[in-house]
Ligand binder design. Structure first.
Ligand code: DAH
Length: 334
C-alpha cells in the first residue's frame, strides 16, 4: 500500500519540477501530455494503482490521489496563465530598440501617373476602356484611315509578328499607337462615347533620352452630338492644368493625322521652348463611317498623349530610359 502513496509522491515531485521548468507555453504543453495526458499520461498509469488497493484501503488512497491530482493541475493551470502573458515570452531582444521597418514596395512612377490621369480625366466624365497590345493591321492602320502606302506602316517602323496572322489572314503587330482602341470601342458602342484608354505601344525607334521602343500613351475619345474643337481644347487645357499646375501654358499647333481632321499637336511651355505632349483632332468622318457611325449627325474628338512626358515634366526627369531600367535608386524616389 505504501507503494501507491510513494508513487503519488514521486509523480507529484516530478510533475511539479517539470511544470516549473517549462519556459514557455509549448514546453508546458509537452509536460501536460507527459504527465496529465488523458490517453498516455503518467497520471493515467497511477490510476491503476487505485485498482490494486483493497476495498478497505481504497477510500484513503482515492482521497490521496484526488488531492494530489488537484494540486498538480492547479499548479499547471497557474503556470499556463503566467506563461501566456506577453511579458513572460522569452526575450532575447531589446524591446526599446526602434523596429526594423518592413521594406515596402511602391508603384512605379509611370503607374502612379496613369492612376492620376484616370482620376483627373474621370472628373470630366471619361471612363476607362481597354484594347489588346497585339493588334491586327485593320485596327492599327486601315480603320484609322491610314493609307496603304503610308510610311507609318513600314515594316521597319513597326514590330510585325513574322510567324502569325489573324484568322482572316491579316498581319499582326504590336500596336504602334493606342488609337486602335478608338476603333474597338466605337465598333462595340453606340454614341455618345467618352473614354480614355491607357497602355503600352511599341515602335522600333532609336532609343535616346526622349524615345523608347515601348512607351505608354493615353488615348482619349469623345463622340456625340455637338462635340467640337472647342470642347477638345477645353478638356486638354483643364487636364494639363490639373496635372501640371494651374499656371501651365498649353499651345495647339496645326498638324496632320490621317484619322483626324483638323489635327493639332499639343505643346506645353517648357524651359525656353515648347515640349510636345501628343496629338489630337476632330475624328475624321471616314473613321466614323468605318465603325458604322453617321458623320452627318455625330462628331467627335480624339487625343493621344505620351504618359512619360507628363511624368518627366512634373518631376524634372530628363531621360525616359530611367523609367524602364528598374534601377531602385531611381524608383525609390517616387
Ligand atoms: N496616335 C498618335 C500617335 O501615336 C497620337 C494621336 C494623334 C492620337 C491624334 C489621337 C489623335 O487620338 O486624334 O502619335
Amino acid at each position: 500500500m505504501s507503494t501507491a502513496y510513494e508513487a503519488f509522491q514521486v509523480f507529484e515531485q516530478e510533475a511539479t519540477a517539470a511544470i516549473e521548468a517549462a519556459r514557455n507555453v509549448a514546453d508546458l504543453e509537452q509536460v501536460r501530455i507527459l504527465f496529465l495526458g488523458k490517453s498516455k499520461g503518467r497520471l493515467k498509469d497511477l490510476q491503476s494503482e487505485l485498482g490494486k488497493a483493497t476495498p478497505a484501503e481504497r477510500p484513503a488512497i482515492g482521497q490521496a490521489f484526488n488531492d494530489m491530482k488537484l494540486r498538480v493541475t492547479q499548479l499547471f493551470d497557474a503556470r499556463v496563465e503566467v506563461l501566456s502573458r506577453p511579458e513572460s515570452q522569452p526575450r532575447d531582444f531589446d524591446v526599446t530598440l526602434p523596429g526594423n521597418l518592413p521594406r515596402l514596395g511602391r508603384e512605379h512612377p509611370i503607374t502612379q501617373t496613369i492612376e492620376e490621369f484616370k482620376e483627373i480625366i474621370g472628373r470630366f466624365g471619361f471612363t476607362v476602356d481597354d484594347g489588346p497590345e497585339l493588334e491586327d493591321e485593320y485596327h492599327n492602320f486601315d480603320a484609322l484611315n491610314i493609307p496603304k502606302d503610308h510610311p507609318a506602316r513600314d515594316p521597319l517602323d513597326n514590330f510585325y509578328l513574322a510567324a502569325a496572322k489573324t484568322a482572316n489572314g491579316q498581319p499582326i503587330l504590336l500596336r504602334s499607337q493606342t488609337s486602335t482602341v478608338q476603333i474597338r470601342v466605337m465598333e462595340r458602342t453606340k454614341p455618345p462615347v467618352r473614354i480614355v484608354s491607357v497602355g503600352r505601344v511599341y515602335r522600333p525607334d532609336e532609343i535616346d533620352r526622349t524615345h523608347h521602343q515601348m512607351f505608354h500613351q493615353m488615348e482619349g475619345l469623345m463622340v456625340g452630338e455637338g462635340v467640337t474643337m472647342a470642347t477638345l481644347k477645353s478638356v486638354l487645357k483643364m487636364f494639363a492644368a490639373a496635372y501640371l499646375g494651374e499656371d501651365v501654358e498649353i499651345r495647339f499647333r496645326p498638324s496632320f493625322f490621317p484619322f483626324t481632321e483638323p489635327s493639332v499637336e499639343v505643346d506645353v511651355r517648357w524651359r525656353d521652348g515648347w515640349l510636345e505632349l501628343g496629338g489630337a483632332g476632330m475624328v475624321d468622318p471616314q473613321v466614323l463611317e468605318n465603325v458604322g457611325y453617321d458623320p452627318e449627325t455625330i462628331t467627335g474628338f480624339a487625343f493621344g498623349l505620351g504618359i512619360a512626358r507628363f511624368c518627366m515634366l512634373r518631376h524634372g526627369i530628363d531621360d525616359i530610359r530611367l523609367f524602364y531600367e528598374n534601377d531602385l535608386r531611381f524608383l525609390k524616389q517616387f
